[in-house]
Design a protein around this ligand. Structure first.
Ligand code: LLP
Length: 384
């Protein structure tokens, strides 16, 4: 992945920085696109995973739509060139200002998360003489069996409309002259690698779509969200996800009425493997029980380990890999004990100045950066 030319280039650069392999990104996007096209499925890229401009441009170029969760993401999608009719707006707490902005841009659809929100969108659409297209996000109570911080489809989560509220939704929709229900939406969680879980989602989605048909609503779209996980352990071996198997599950198990479209909101699976965080060793601290590698990057550049105890593969790309391995806790410079990137990581003997690559950082890395400790927000480098 890091050939000699790349390493030579890194030597001259100030660290830390995010490094995007645009060729791998392109390959991933094409692979997803052709697997989705096989079944006529539509993909809206979940902006929240990464809104780096170059990444977004590549995604827009393959023809995917945009799944946005804030007014600023909607604005960004349109600036980048995503057609408004390919922009959907989700999120549990859309403000009036954000809803108005989306209405003014005539976006494709609002994924609505509560009965109350239906009323608010209807009112704001009426004031503007518009009809807002909506999809109801239903909490299907399907366990994603992922880290509990990134599970969203259980009744205890704040997301979506619960099944016992569907009647109230239907009534609100019938009362709302400025809303048009076009579909139903689900998203049960993120980093799901067991495809059986998506099969369970299909079974619930079939029942819920039938409920709407039985209550006189014709659904144009079934939106099954995102959540397809990536292989953090083996970024090289699984550089591109098996999109064919993923979409096949939905083709097999999701029942579609004639003309009904299936929409996906993939984030991580499209961008994770093409991004890396490149950092330098500042200090090596040999303790009694542990050795620490103290890097110039930390939780401010990649928050996932601190927030979810997430694993990212860490490599010393300067050291000679053939020597004996040493165990290090790889930590950042932030004044927090949770500021670690890897625990008990086996690396070649490492020294001050060595370059360290933190892999699979293209999703929920750069976008979750913070300026804590008044740190700089770091930039990006690219390979074509
Ligand atoms: N659709 C909805 C409604 C979502 O909430 C999400 C992610 C996605 C689509 C995209 O999911 P993906 O395909 O990327 O799994 N920061 C966490 C992940 C948070 C996911 C939030 N929602 C992490 O670093 O693991």
């Amino acid at each position: 992945m890091f050939d000699n030319n790349t390493l030579a280039r890194f030597q001259d650069l100030e660290t830390p920085f995010y490094y995007y392999d645009l060729a791998l990104l392109g390959e991933t996007l094409q692979s997803c696109k052709s697997a989705a096209d096989k079944y006529g499925f539509h993909v809206h890229y979940a902006f929240k995973a990464n809104f780096n401009e170059r990444v977004l441009q590549a995604i827009q170029a393959v023809g995917f739509g945009a799944d946005c969760v804030s007014g600023n993401e909607v604005k960004k999608a349109i600036e980048i060139g995503f057609a408004p009719e390919k922009v959907v707006f989700a999120g549990v707490g859309k403000s009036d200002r954000e809803i108005i902005q989306a209405l003014d841009n005539d976006i494709y659809c609002f994924n609505v998360e509560s009965v109350q929100e239906l009323g608010v969108i209807n009112g704001l659409a009426a004031e503007r003489g518009k009809i807002a297209r909506v999809a109801i996000r239903i909490n299907p109570n399907v366990d994603a069996h992922t880290h509990h911080y990134i599970t969203t489809g259980l009744e205890e989560n704040k997301f979506g409309v619960n099944q016992w509220e569907l009647k109230a939704c239907a009534e609100e929709l019938r009362r709302s002259a400025n809303l048009k229900l076009i579909g139903i939406h689900f998203h049960i969680g993120s980093q799901i690698t067991n495809l059986e879980i998506f099969r369970s989602l299909c079974v619930r989605a079939n029942e819920l779509s039938q409920w709407f048909e039985d209550h006189g609503f014709q659904l144009q779209i079934l939106n099954v969200g995102g959540g397809f996980g990536v292989n953090y352990q083996d970024p090289e071996g699984s550089a591109v996800n098996d999109f064919a198997s993923y979409f096949e599950v939905f083709d097999k198990f999701l029942e579609r009425k004639p003309g009904q479209e299936v929409h996906f909101e993939l984030g991580r699976a499209l961008v994770a493997q093409s991004g890396n965080l490149i950092s330098r060793v500042l200090y090596v601290k040999n303790g009694l029980k542990k050795n620490f590698l103290i890097l110039d990057a930390g939780m401010t550049e990649l928050m996932r380990p601190a927030l979810y105890q997430a694993y990212h593969k860490i490599e010393n790309i300067s050291a000679d890999a053939s020597g004996d391995l040493v165990k290090y806790d790889v930590v950042g410079p932030i004044c927090e004990s949770t500021d670690w990137l890897g625990k008990e990581v086996e690396l070649p003997l490492s020294k001050r100045g060595d370059l360290i690559a933190i892999r699979t950082a293209g999703a929920y890395g750069e976008v979750m950066a913070s300026g804590y400790n008044l740190r700089d927000i770091v930039g990006s480098e690219y390979s074509e």
